[in-house]
Design a binder for this molecule. Structure first.
Ligand SMILES: [Zn+2]
Ligand SMILES: [Zn+2]
Length: 370
């Protein structure tokens, strides 16, 4: 093969267009991956919907990031994965899609997830290495990317969310300081929220409460380990929801509340649900410019923290794979991807995934099979 297909995005409201692109020359420290499965993630929907201003190259943007695949070509210097296990062409892999620079204050402080340079600007199909995102037949893992061999027993459907949703929630709960016996409230039962319920359980949480407005999602959250769910369409008053969380957490409020909704209006309510000294984990609201009013005194007198997390440190991926091996029969991971589409039907996959402004959705996560 000398070429591969990629879906090119031209901006909100415009359809993706499929293009045939040349396969890049693989640099000595890079890996060309043949994508097996690429999921439509909530953040992809934000860009597609136009929730935040976007500057795209003239020739469009090759994007998408939640994926798994097989090694198509190994750079000449790559003999092993990032843990030192031998790596060969054809091996199934999970990998990061961002590249900490190694030369900034955050990287120096050994906090690669906080590196501002780790995600570059949107790149179009005419710029080397052409395959910049998941919505394509190939993904070019650039030098400095982290790659891990996937255990044989895990099907692609389980592995595809590892490099985004699953690793994101594992790292987030780690950064928020979830401890054995802790209480966790999850706002938003999309892909991240549902997996966060299971991860919190696996990390030893005593009580997991999930909040959403869609019945189907809340049911899925319960299947993934949530003890209690709150439907905001049923408990319509914010005060009642806060009181309910207090009641379900022994009268004190939650140790950790997480935003996996993506709209900042939920944040003040979440902060209110925290116990004294609790931590609010902010992951969902990635759209720049989105604002919300909070009362700083509630943080001061509540001795509460807000922790923002974007992506994760590379150690998380192998632990996420272990988590799946350990728990694959405990929770119905096969239900996380509800619909699959060929790459050529990417426009339908996005339209079907849209949940904002709808009452019901049958789709949990759409996956493209390039
Ligand atoms: Zn994602
Ligand atoms: Zn850096």
């Amino acid at each position: 093969m000398t070429t591969g297909k990629a879906a090119v995005f031209f901006g909100p409201g415009k359809p993706f267009e499929l293009r045939e692109l040349p396969l890049p020359e693989v640099e000595p420290d890079a890996v060309l991956v043949r994508v097996a499965l690429a999921n439509v993630c909530g953040s992809d929907l934000h860009f597609w919907r136009g929730d935040a201003p976007l500057k795209l190259p003239q020739d469009g943007w090759v994007y998408g990031h939640e994926m798994t695949g097989r090694v198509a070509r190994l750079g000449a210097r790559i003999k092993t994965d990032s843990l030192g296990h031998p790596l060969a062409e054809g091996d199934r892999v999970a990998y990061t899609y961002f590249y900490p620079c190694g030369r900034c204050a955050a990287c120096l402080d050994k906090r690669p997830a906080a590196c501002l340079a780790k995600v570059g600007r949107p790149l179009g199909p005419s710029e080397f290495p052409y395959f910049h995102g998941a919505f394509a037949e190939y993904y070019y893992l650039k030098p400095g990317g982290f790659v891990f061999k996937v255990p044989d027993g895990l099907p692609d459907e389980l592995v595809a969310p590892v490099n985004c949703a699953l690793s994101q929630v594992i790292f987030g709960l780690d950064q928020a300081g979830l401890r054995f016996g802790g209480t966790v409230v999850i706002q938003g039962a999309g892909g991240l929220g549902v997996q966060a319920a299971a991860v919190a359980r696996d990390m030893g949480a005593a009580t997991v409460i999930v909040i959403d407005q869609l019945t189907g999602r809340l049911e899925l959250a319960r299947a993934f380990g949530a003890d209690h769910t709150i439907n905001i369409k049923e408990v319509t008053d914010r005060k009642d929801r806060v009181n309910l969380v207090r009641k379900l957490t022994g009268g004190v409020g939650a140790d950790i509340v997480c935003d996996f909704v993506g709209f900042p209006q939920v944040i003040p309510e979440g902060i209110e649900m925290l116990r004294q000294g609790g931590t609010y984990l902010e992951i969902g609201t990635i759209s720049r410019g989105a604002k919300v009013e909070i009362e700083p005194a509630a943080l001061v007198w509540g001795a509460k923290r807000i922790v923002g997390v974007i992506m994760y440190d590379p150690w998380v991926i192998p632990r996420a794979l272990d988590f799946l091996v350990r728990n694959r029969t405990r929770w119905p991971f096969d239900r996380l991807i509800s619909h699959t589409y060929p790459l050529a039907e990417i426009n339908r996959a996005f339209a079907d995934s849209e949940w904002h402004g709808r009452d019901t959705t049958t789709i949990t996560r759409a996956a493209l099979v390039p």
